[in-house]
Each structure stands twice: as structure tokens, then as C-alpha cells.
Design a protein around this ligand. Structure first.
Ligand SMILES: *Cc1c(COP(=O)(O)O)cnc(C)c1O
Length: 355
């Protein structure tokens, strides 16, 4: 081929999603909600489709108000995007660049590594401890070239949380010119008060990201949001394509935000299925870290056993996420899906222990 992309793009690998063998079935591989979105969100989205000849509100005015209502978040500090992936890549593009470093943690969300590679920056990982983020390790891995520290809390693919106090300690230990990004995609599954971490945004050096893809069951609508200090927001907005969040997605998101009771019910039902599944797996001898998300990490005795389990589940039409890309070949990640599917997955995994 004669055409060449930029050298750093040629060198990077494409972002790897799970291997589904088609999109025609429910999978336990993408951390999608086990439950559909609020009926009010669906009705609002349908209604908004009639206005699709008009561009959407580029300032997400109604959604910012709805988020402020639900979270006590400052509308002036809120940015929205086409999923929080949009906000992650725009933040990284604005605040790092060729030769600068972004510091994540060993098992942190892989998309961050892709977003860093796109802008020819360098991605470093601080080791985690017992499948949880270690603030001490982040602080010792930091270098003078580090521009952004990226932490997922709760973590993906681990599912674990660290206390808010640890995030405050991390912020206090970082230089003021390092941007801390706290990705709380699963924040609604964590019962800690969100306010102390949201309050860090007022310092001017911290961003907190959320999404409607998980607890609100709107992964297909592509709506994320975050709290950004005004000076940071001004730069990130330059990287965003305007009108990224569609009219119908905005309408769905506003209605979903306003229906907090439905979201809480979804979270409670999901957590109920998750905790029983995790408990039964532990009883069968699997290592399953305590999850505060809509998925569980399952540890196997070896990579070969994990691979055999992945195959056995796949044979039964259940797709889970292999984690070789995270350096966790001996683990699988299973999203909490419909009860009936979790029961089938559990039986397959228990039978494997018996062999
Ligand atoms: C799912 C997920 C996201 C974002 O997803 P969007 O659908 O783009 O909002 C971000 N971070 C983590 C850790 C996730 O698991």
C-alpha cells in the first residue's frame, strides 16, 4: 500500500472489544445493563425523534440541569459527550501530547491506553495491589513528565473500589500541574457519597467522569458527562465535535436522570444478582474480588483453565470477556446479566470445578 497513516497511528493497535461472534445475542462481555432503560426515557427518545431535522442543543442545557438536580453538580462545571469515552479522549488529547506521559494503573480501563496512543503520548501503569488501585504506587510511579493521572473508581475490569479518602490523599500528593481524572463509570454502584470527590473539581486540577451507559442502561444512546474546572473545560471543548450527543439521546438522558427511582431499582436488582453469583462462585472455590459494579472478575487457577471456561461458556451461548489485554490471562470478566443467564453460567463454572 502506498498510503501511510501518521507513524504513531500505524504503530498502535486497534481498540479491542470482546469477541462476540455477532451482535445477535445478549452477552456478558460489555458491562451493559441487564435491564432496559426507564420507560420514561424510551418515551422521551421516541418523542424527540420527530425533531431530528434540527441539530441538537450543543450546550446540553436540559441535561446539565437534570444532572444538577440528581447529583447536586454545578451545571457550569458539567460537560457532556458521546459516552464518557468521548470525554476521556478529548481530555487526553487536550492535556497530553507527543512525549508527555499519562499514568494509569495496571488493570485500568484499556480505552485510556488507546486514547493516549492516538496523541502519541506515553502510557505508564502503576501496579495495583490485590486487584485494587494503590495510591502509594501511583505516587511512586509518577515522573516529572507525567501530565495526567487516570484512576477508575470503581475499577474496570477489577470491580473493586478504594475509599474516597484515598482519592483525596492521591490528589494532595500530586503536583498542581498534573491533571487527575477520576473515571466513575460505575459510581452509582458504589455507596460512597460522591460529594467529596466531586468537590475536588473546585481545586482546578481534577476531572470526574460519569456515564449513563451502565446504571441508567443507556449504553446504546452514547451519553456521558463529567465535572470539569472551567479552565480545563475550555480546552476539552476545543477537542469535542459539536453536536455529538444526538437529540434523541439527550432527551433519553434527561428523562433517565429525572427517574432516579428507576435507576436505583436497577442498581439494587443488579447488585442482588451479582452478590449471589459472586457468593456461589466463591463457595465453589473461585477467587472473586468484592465488586461495586455491574460485573465480576473471576480468577481461575491458570490461564489454561480460564480459557477452557471461556470456551465452555461460549459453547452455551454465553460470551464473557477475556482479559489477556489487561495482563490477566487467568481471569475472566462476567457482566451481570439476566438471572437465568447467570444461573446457566454458574452451573457451567461449578461443573468445571468438579472435573
Ligand atoms: C463503560 C466504561 C466507560 C464508558 O463508557 P461510555 O459508554 O463511553 O460512557 C468509561 N470508563 C469505564 C471504566 C467503563 O467501564
Amino acid at each position: 500500500m502506498h498510503l501511510k497513516a501518521a507513524a504513531h497511528i500505524e504503530a498502535m493497535s486497534a481498540f479491542a472489544l470482546a469477541n462476540f461472534g455477532g451482535y445477535d445475542r445478549t452477552t456478558l462481555a460489555q458491562n451493559e445493563s441487564a435491564f432496559p432503560p426507564s420507560p420514561r426515557a424510551i418515551a422521551a427518545g421516541r418523542d424527540a425523534m420527530t425533531r431530528s431535522h434540527l441539530y441538537p442543543d450543543p450546550d446540553w442545557t436540559e441535561l446539565r440541569k437534570a444532572i444538577a438536580q440528581a447529583y447536586g453538580a454545578e451545571p457550569d462545571l458539567t460537560l457532556c459527550g458521546a459516552g464518557s469515552m468521548d470525554l476521556i479522549s478529548c481530555t487526553i488529547a487536550a492535556f497530553s501530547g507527543p512525549g508527555s506521559q499519562v499514568l494509569g494503573t495496571s488493570y485500568a480501563y484499556n480505552f485510556v491506553a488507546s486514547a493516549v496512543a492516538r496523541v502519541d503520548a506515553i502510557y505508564l501503569k502503576a501496579p495495583e495491589r490485590d486487584f485494587a488501585v494503590s495510591v502509594d504506587n501511583i505516587l511512586t510511579t509518577l515522573t516529572p513528565a507525567t501530565r495526567i493521572v487516570f484512576v477508575c473508581n470503581p475499577g474496570n475490569p477489577t470491580g473493586t473500589v478504594i475509599p474516597n479518602a484515598e482519592l483525596l490523599r492521591l490528589r494532595a500528593g500530586l503536583p498542581r500541574d498534573v491533571l487527575l481524572v477520576v473515571d466513575q463509570a460505575y459510581g452509582e454502584f458504589d455507596d460512597q457519597d460522591p460529594k467529596p470527590v466531586f468537590a475536588l473539581v473546585a481545586r482546578g486540577d481534577t476531572v470526574v467522569l460519569r456515564t449513563l451507559s451502565k446504571a441508567y442502561g443507556l449504553a446504546g444512546a452514547r451519553v456521558g458527562w463529567g465535572l470539569f474546572p472551567p479552565a480545563v473545560a475550555a480546552q476539552v471543548r476545543k477537542m469535542q465535535n459539536s453536536n455529538q450527543v444526538t437529540t434523541s439521546s439527550l432527551a433519553m438522558a434527561v428523562a433517565a436522570m429525572a427517574d432516579q427511582a428507576y435507576m436505583r431499582e436497577t442498581v439494587a436488582r443488579t447488585a442482588g444478582i451479582r452478590d449471589q453469583f459472586a457468593h456461589d462462585l466463591r463457595s465453589a472455590g473461585y477467587h472473586v474480588p468484592e465488586s461495586r459494579t455491574n460485573f465480576v472478575l473471576i480468577g481461575f487457577s491458570s490461564a489454561a483453565v480460564a480459557e477452557a471456561a471461556e470456551k465452555a461458556l461460549r459453547g452455551a451461548g454465553i460470551i464473557v470477556r477475556s482479559l489477556g489485554g489487561y495482563g490477566l490471562r487467568d481471569c475472566l470478566r462476567a457482566t451481570v446479566g439476566p438471572q437465568e443467564m447467570m444461573d446457566r453460567a454458574l452451573h457451567i463454572l461449578i461443573d468445571m470445578r468438579g472435573e
